[in-house]
Every structure is written in structure tokens, then in C-alpha cells.
Write a protein that binds this ligand. Structure first.
Ligand code: NAP
Length: 486
């Protein structure tokens, strides 16, 4: 293995950003950020109190009207500068993400490009929000619809994409004319703080983007959501926390965008191009070492090709180089923490006790850090918990099927509905199956669907609303209807 890359942690922002001032938190003991590859402390960041959270709402609220009145072209140009700055520093961001989150550098580089693209896309969308005017059915007046910024937005993000989940919210919020408070995940606050610093450099005025890191997410976010000046919650994270936040948001009947958990089925029909399906499975399963809401969680393979697919997938998985994400040779980094490793082990043990067979992996790695071996399990049986819950690790469970209706029924038998993957060379079948899959997104002969230009989001317990594309900016706007007569 070669030398792992690093960044100068002493030069990184670690304080709260409130109203354009970087300041300490009043929440008590600072938050230690742990390197999941070595279990050592990388840096400490501020711990916000409830009062700090409310101070961030004060700051966002004070400049809300001025930002909403800033010409869309000007807002777009600031976002465009943010895109350019992020791309110019892409390697710095990639190494920082690899260090605090653990993902391998190729994944981290992919995340930076994806994250920056939300700034570019919404720089372009800022000037393309159109309303409409139509005659009323009675013919007596006109129906004029315009879109206005919704107001102060609270943005809560997870640790698995520390940059992209922040930019996927900040980009459209700013383009729409909203000010915001970002509450990043406690495991990965450094990337979010670095993004906020970059936005300042790009020309975002003080108070438009505020960042609070805290050990008391429930209390601080809860207090902000009950502040009458806040009008919007955009959350990405687990369905469990999403449910709590929907309850919190109900007090003020806040507009909510919720990007929640997934349990993606990955279906390979007998007529699929097997090499393409294997390559797709590797991306859909192993991007971020399996720690993605879009991760293939259940791989259904037709009986006619099952053995061949299992053998070749196991070969590819066993060849992955596992190591410190910031080491240029690594292809699969550590998981985020020990609890994640324990959960993966429990799911693997449960599947095995239900009759599954380990083809490769199936165990944690005996070294410092939170490493788990890339794993393929075959003959995973209905009832195994890993087919029902997010695995969030490098484990590919294979399930055999022989009938189209049967596999669609199995794929839909979950409360989640974020994304599904289908591999077949018969386009008619591919579209027919896509239509019947209960998910917000489908990858048809593709293992990757995420694109800032496309509406990302789920159905059922995977969420509400869409991020990205033309839809994403409307999540931060309200339709205003004026009945016009003259
Ligand atoms: P999580 O535990 O739900 O946490 C997400 C965020 O919510 C973190 O910032 C967390 O802060 C905060 N939080 C936790 N409890 C809270 C509470 N009671 N009130 C307010 N905020 C609270 O999720 P995670 O473990 O970070 O991320 C993994 C999950 O995110 C997976 O389920 C994954 O599928 C989902 N995800 C979904 C998408 C999507 O687009 N659909 C994308 C990525 C990830 P702390 O860090 O301080 O706990």
C-alpha cells in the first residue's frame, strides 16, 4: 500500500458559522471527528446549543428578504463561482471526505464532482423559474401563477455523502432565494464546514448560509423547527429519524422534503448482458462501500444464470483492495463506525442461520478501523432480516428467481421505495417491469441513477419530494396564484 493522502486539519474551519461570523458553540464539550480507518481523532468541531441554533435562525431570517430580492442572475453567478471553486479544489475535498467518512478516493472524487454539479445546475436553474397565466374556465378572469421563495430553510444531512447531501440542498435553496441553516451529521462535519467557507469566498452574503454542528441534534433541530420564522425542512437520513422530524415539523405545518432510507432490489433477467449486469451490480452495491441509500440491497438473479452470476460477482468482490480510503490504492474503505460493523455482522449471521451460504467474505477485518470484508451470500432466504433492512455495508445477498411476476412481487414487498435496478436486453420487458416497480427511480441496465439534472427521490417510506433536476428548486418555492381581472 502507498502512503495515505492527508489535509492540513489546522487550516480547516471547525467553528459554527452564524451570520457570517465563525464562532464557538455554547453546547459544551466539542465534537471529536474520528478517522474510521484508524480510530484516531482528526479534529474537534464546535458543539452548538439550542441558543446557537436560534441565533442561526435570527441570522437567516435577518437577511431573508434581501436575499429573496437579489436578482436571480446574481444568485446564479454566486453559485457558478462556488462550482468553479469546488472543482478547483476537488482533490482537497476528496481527501477530506475520504478521511472523515472513510470512502475510497475514487468514490470521494466522484462525490466531489457530483456535489459541485449541484451548484452549477442550480446556477443555471436560478434564472429559469417560470410561472404561467391561463384563462379561467368561466372566461371571466385569468389565473396567474408565480413561484416565490418559501423562506428560511433548515437543512439536515447524513454522513454518507458529506459534501453532496449539503450541496443538493444549498444549491436549490439559494437559487430559489431562500436563506438556510445547515445541520450536518456529527460524524462528518468537516466537509460541510469547508463547503460553507467556500460559499463565503464565492460571494454568498453573511447570514444566507449558516452552519450549526451539535451533539444535541434532536433538541437543536427541534427548537429551530418550532421557531415561527422557519418555513421549510429538508432532511436526508434514515426513515426512523425522518418520522421523528415529520412529527416535529407538524407543529408549524412546515413544508418538508424528506430523502429517507432505501432497500433497493437489483433484478437480473436471464437475457441480460451478464458483464454489464456484473459491472452494474458492483457500482450499485459497492459505491461508498455499500453505505448509500441507493445501494443494491437485494440482488435477484434468474435461475438460468444464477450460478454463473454468483461465481463472477464473488470473484470481483474478493479482488477489491480494502484499506484506508485516503490511500490511493484502496477500492473499499472502512465503514463509518463500529456500530455499523456490528450491524452488518449481525445481518450476515442472521442470513446464514436462515440457510444462506457465504461465497466470499462474511467477516470483519482484524485490524484497527471499522473494516468489513466485501461479501457475497448466495441462497439468501425469505425472512432473512438483510432482505428487509438497509445493510449499509459491502454485503451482496443473492436471491434466485424464475418468474417475472414473482420477482416484481418480491421487489415491492418492502416499506421502502427509493430506487430499483433492472437488467435485461428486452427493452419492452425492462419498461414493463419498471412501470410496476414501486420506487421513485429505476436504473434500467444501469447501476447508477444519481444525476443533479434528474429528480432524485423515493415513494412509500423512502420519502417525500425530489432533489435535483427542475423539480429540486420548486421544493424551496411556493406557488402564488393571483386571480386577475382587468
Ligand atoms: P440519521 O441517523 O437519520 O441522521 C441524519 C441526520 O439527522 C444527521 O445530521 C443526524 O445528526 C440528524 N438527526 C438524528 N437524530 C435527529 C433528531 N432526533 N432530530 C433532528 N436531527 C436528527 O442518518 P445517517 O445514519 O446519518 O445516514 C444514513 C441514512 O441516510 C440511511 O438510512 C440512508 O438510506 C439515508 N440516506 C438517504 C438518502 C436519500 O437521498 N434518500 C441519501 C443518503 C442517505 P447526528 O449525526 O448528530 O445524529
Amino acid at each position: 500500500m502507498s502512503q495515505a493522502h492527508s489535509v492540513d486539519f489546522s487550516a480547516l474551519p471547525t467553528d459554527l458559522l452564524i451570520g457570517g461570523t465563525w464562532r464557538k458553540g455554547n453546547g459544551g464539550e466539542a465534537i471529536e471527528v474520528i478517522d474510521p480507518a484508524s480510530e484516531t481523532v482528526l479534529a474537534s468541531v464546535a458543539n452548538a446549543s439550542i441558543e446557537d441554533g436560534i441565533a442561526a435562525v435570527d441570522a437567516a431570517s435577518a437577511v431573508a428578504a434581501a436575499w429573496a430580492a437579489t436578482p436571480p442572475r446574481q444568485r446564479g453567478e454566486i453559485l457558478r463561482r462556488a462550482y468553479e471553486l469546488m472543482m478547483a479544489r476537488s482533490e482537497h475535498f476528496a481527501v477530506l471526505i475520504a478521511l472523515e467518512n472513510g470512502k475510497a478516493l475514487p468514490d470521494a472524487r466522484g462525490e466531489v464532482a457530483y456535489a459541485a454539479e449541484f451548484f452549477r445546475w442550480y446556477a443555471e436553474e436560478a434564472v429559469r423559474v417560470s410561472g404561467d397565466i391561463t384563462p379561467s374556465p368561466s372566461g371571466n378572469y385569468r389565473i396567474m401563477v408565480q413561484y416565490q421563495p418559501i423562506g428560511v430553510s433548515v437543512l439536515v444531512t447524513p454522513w454518507n455523502f458529506p459534501a453532496a447531501m449539503a450541496t443538493r440542498k444549498i444549491g436549490p435553496a439559494l437559487a430559489a432565494g431562500c436563506t438556510c441553516i445547515l445541520k450536518p451529521a456529527t460524524e462528518t462535519p468537516l466537509t460541510a464546514l469547508a463547503v460553507a467557507q467556500l460559499l463565503e469566498e464565492a460571494g454568498v452574503p453573511p447570514g444566507v448560509v449558516n452552519v450549526v454542528t451539535t451533539r444535541s441534534a434532536g433538541k437543536v433541530v427541534g427548537a429551530m423547527l418550532r421557531d415561527p420564522r422557519v418555513r421549510k425542512l429538508s432532511f436526508t437520513g434514515s426513515t426512523e429519524v425522518g418520522r421523528i422530524l415529520l412529527r416535529e415539523a407538524s407543529h408549524q405545518v412546515l413544508n418538508c422534503s424528506m430523502e429517507l432510507g432505501g432497500n433497493a432490489p437489483f433484478i437480473v433477467f436471464e437475457d441480460a448482458d451478464i458483464d454489464a449486469a456484473l459491472a452494474g451490480a458492483m457500482i450499485a452495491k459497492m459505491r461508498n462501500g455499500g453505505e448509500a441509500c441507493t445501494a443494491a440491497n437485494r440482488i435477484y438473479v434468474h435461475s438460468a444464470i444464477y450460478d454463473r452470476f454468483a461465481e463472477q460477482l464473488a470473484e470481483r468482490m474478493s479482488q477489491l483492495v480494502v484499506g484506508n480510503g485516503a490511500d490511493p490504492d484502496s477500492q473499499c474503505g472502512p465503514l463509518i463506525n463500529m456500530a455499523a460493523v456490528d450491524k452488518v455482522q449481525e445481518l450476515v449471521d442472521g442470513a446464514v442461520s436462515h440457510g444462506a451460504k457465504i461465497v466470499t467474505g462474511g467477516h470483519r477485518l482484524n485490524r484497527p478501523g471499522f473494516f468489513y470484508a466485501p461479501t457475497v451470500l448466495r441462497d439468501v432466504q425469505k425472512g432473512a432480516k438483510m432482505l428487509e433492512e438497509e445493510i449499509f455495508g459491502p454485503v451482496a445477498p443473492l436471491v434466485r428467481f424464475s418468474d417475472e411476476d414473482e420477482v416484481i412481487e418480491a421487489a415491492n414487498a418492502t416499506e421502502y421505495g427509493l430506487v430499483s435496478y433492472v437488467f435485461t436486453s428486452d427493452l419492452a420487458r425492462g419498461l414493463r417491469v419498471s412501470d410496476r416497480l414501486e420506487s421513485g427511480m429505476v436504473g434500467l441496465n444501469r447501476g447508477l441513477v444519481s444525476d443533479p439534472a434528474a429528480p432524485f427521490g423515493g415513494v412509500k417510506a423512502s420519502g417525500l419530494g425530489r432533489e435535483g433536476g427542475q423539480h429540486g428548486i420548486l421544493e424551496y418555492m411556493e406557488a402564488k396564484y393571483t386571480a386577475l381581472a382587468w
